[in-house]
Write a protein that binds this ligand. Structure first.
Ligand code: FES
Ligand SMILES: [Fe+2]
Length: 345
């Protein structure tokens, strides 16, 4: 939406036309500044796809971190690669018409070929490759059925490893139930939701305000454990939620008390205005398929409801730098101090 500043009606005439009125242009381009940090893309590991979405030879255009990207998998079923989208020759987007050949990707425009390290390995109409031609790449790892990519605005190497999610390989757990949303917000704002314990009662209608049992921060790792009363058909039941995050792009949330459930979440910024949020649930199998699907249906309904309840708040709220807090609010100050490390600049 364009905002135009109010102007005095007696203002002296100004030149308009051409590129436009400078004041109006300045007003139109004025950032909304809901979030002072939103133009800084935070570093970390982020989910860019599920592994089974990227078959051998697949090429997928993506846009995250205010960058145009291409994700592709080697034709022999091998490694996945995430690279900047634009060809080092004359800028074609490798994600639109690029073709995987063995362990390299061929540009659709003049058929130059780049390997997974971003180096030019073939120019079909030249005897020599251009050694200076290089496309930017991002470290990629596949873990727990997810393609994770490391982002650092300055291109620094990964600062930590992606922790295992043992439930993914545990046959006692179901496959993922997957959900995703594109929201008008920023990762820090969505992340703050987990320490905002009061909102669970007032937005999500939980029986009581959850009790914070434990918080622990160690470098990029944040651990939060809370006690809840879950609303169930047989009345409120006690349970726990344990959340382990590494930056904004990786969090594993474990629910216990009713059915042991493990939720892998990743929130990745698209640009200053939008994020892509993915939730992947597994829960302990209950012994028969019907019971499993009942639990799954309940989880699906509940998480969708919670996200839908949060969304109007997230999409319109501003970040209050010095919030007026009360006893019973969660550890906002500690959370904000913790997340500072994910902004390189
Ligand atoms: S733009 Fe890619 S080969 Fe020319
Ligand atoms: Fe919420």
């Amino acid at each position: 939406m364009t905002h135009v500043q109010d102007r005095p009606t007696t203002a002296a005439p100004r030149a308009t036309g051409g590129l436009g009125d400078p004041l109006e242009l300045a007003a139109r381009n004025r950032p909304r500044q809901r979030f002072p940090f939103s133009d800084k893309m935070p570093l970390g590991w982020y989910q860019v796809a599920y592994s089974d979405e990227l078959l051998p030879g697949d090429v997928v255009p993506l846009a995250y971190w205010k960058r145009d990207l291409v994700l592709w998998r080697e034709a022999d079923g091998g490694d996945a690669h995430l690279m900047d989208a634009f060809c080092a020759h004359l800028g074609a987007h490798l994600g639109y018409g690029g073709v995987v050949e063995g362990d390299a990707i061929r540009c659709p425009f003049h058929h130059w070929c780049f390997d997974g390290g971003g180096s030019c390995v073939d120019i079909p109409y030249s005897d020599k490759v251009n050694r200076k031609a290089h496309v930017g790449t991002y470290p990629v790892q596949e873990k727990a059925g997810i393609v994770w990519a490391w982002f650092h605005p300055n291109g620094d190497e990964p600062a930590w490893d992606i922790p295992d999610v043992p439930e993914y390989a545990d046959e006692d757990y179901t496959d993922y139930h997957r959900f995703e949303w594109t929201l008008r917000s920023s990762p820090q704002e969505l992340g703050e939701n987990q320490v905002d314990i009061a909102h669970f009662k007032y937005i999500h209608g939980t029986v009581v305000v959850p009790e914070l049992l434990e918080t622990h921060i160690d470098g990029p790792h944040s651990h939060v454990r809370t006690e809840h009363k879950f609303d169930t058909p047989i009345g409120p039941q006690p349970g726990h939620i344990q959340s382990d995050s590494y930056g904004f792009g990786y969090a594993v949330v474990r629910f216990s008390g009713i059915v042991d459930t493990c939720l892998v979440t990743s929130c990745i910024p698209i640009d200053e205005e939008f994020v892509h949020l993915r939730f992947s649930f597994m829960h302990k199998k209950l012994g028969d398929a019907k019971a499993d699907s009942t639990v799954a249906d309940h989880l699906i309904a509940d998480i969708r409801r919670q996200i839908e309840e949060d969304t109007p708040i997230w999409e319109h709220k501003a970040y209050v730098d010095k919030p007026a807090l009360a006893d019973g609010d969660g550890p906002f100050t500690a959370y904000r101090k913790y997340v500072r490390q994910f902004y390189a600049d």
